[in-house]
Design a protein around this ligand. Structure first.
Ligand code: UDP
Length: 240
């Protein structure tokens, strides 16, 4: 089942459903792009046909955030729950440890991915992290990184470059890298490394995670102005 929101077909999956699809992708061995889509990016894509095409060519698009869940409900095609990038990544690590899947971490400022990897290994001692790189490479560094990825043959490549940069990057290299599961995870490495705090659970439940992020990082306000615009566009679509 899919929910059509402003021209994007979001998969009406819960966490378990998303994990099952990811497992199928790994079994298939073919490259897949997983996007955890939030309202800001969906709204940005309205004026960016290339981004819209990338999103629509992804194999799995999960509803990341209260805005998408609200929109799906408003348009009469509800999705079961939020499946955010960081939650999906953390759940995926359990399965990766259990199944022996190899994981590559790419992105965030120098040192952060290593710290995130150390935190993940504390929790998942059997997890196979087969490569780590920061996300500020020059052209030469990027070429090297892509070779490292090919050599490491990960099952899962997590790209933490921020949206939509990570979506462009994954799409561009999907075929050549041939990793079964490629997923953009935004600022998740910063959170896992403990450099950025996630909103407390009560705020997440009250759908106020966006407010917490705004207080922590006021420079996000410009991006966040997309949220009311997104809601208005959905409201209009619901009427037409
Ligand atoms: N980042 C990166 N390379 C870049 C730009 C950004 O690795 O060229 C990283 C940045 O250090 C941060 C993440 O991408 O860790 C972006 O986090 P943000 O919370 O802004 O992303 P979002 O979750 O909003 O997509």
């Amino acid at each position: 089942m899919k929910s059509n929101i402003l021209g994007v077909k979001v998969d009406a999956v819960n966490m378990d459903g998303a994990l099952s699809k990811i497992e199928q992708y790994i079994l298939s061995g073919r490259p897949h792009h997983v996007i955890t889509l939030n309202a800001e990016i969906l709204y940005t894509a309205q004026d960016d046909p290339a981004l819209l095409e990338i999103i629509n060519s992804a194999h799995l698009i999960t509803p990341d955030g209260a805005g998408i869940v609200w929109a799906a409900k408003h348009l009469g095609q509800p999705v079961p729950e939020r499946v955010t990038g960081i939650d999906l990544m953390l759940h995926l690590m359990y399965r990766a440890e259990e199944r022996g899947w190899r994981v590559f971490l790419y992105g965030a400022a120098p040192g952060v991915a290593e710290e995130a990897a150390a935190k993940l290994m504390e929790k998942h001692p059997e997890l196979k992290i087969v490569g780590i790189s920061h996300g500020y490479l020059d052209d030469e560094g990027e070429v090297k990184l892509r070779q490292e990825v090919r050599d490491a043959e990960p099952h899962v490549l997590l790209a933490a470059l921020g949206a939509p940069k990570q979506e462009y990057w994954i799409q561009e290299h999907l075929g050549a890298l041939s990793v079964p599961v490629n997923m953009g995870v935004g600022g998740s490495f910063d959170v896992i490394a403990g450099r950025v705090r996630r909103a407390p659970l009560w705020m997440q439940r009250a759908r106020l995670e966006w407010l917490y992020r705004l207080i922590q990082e006021p420079k996000r306000y410009k991006r966040m102005l997309n949220l009311p615009k997104f809601m208005l566009a959905v409201y209009k679509e619901g009427k037409s």
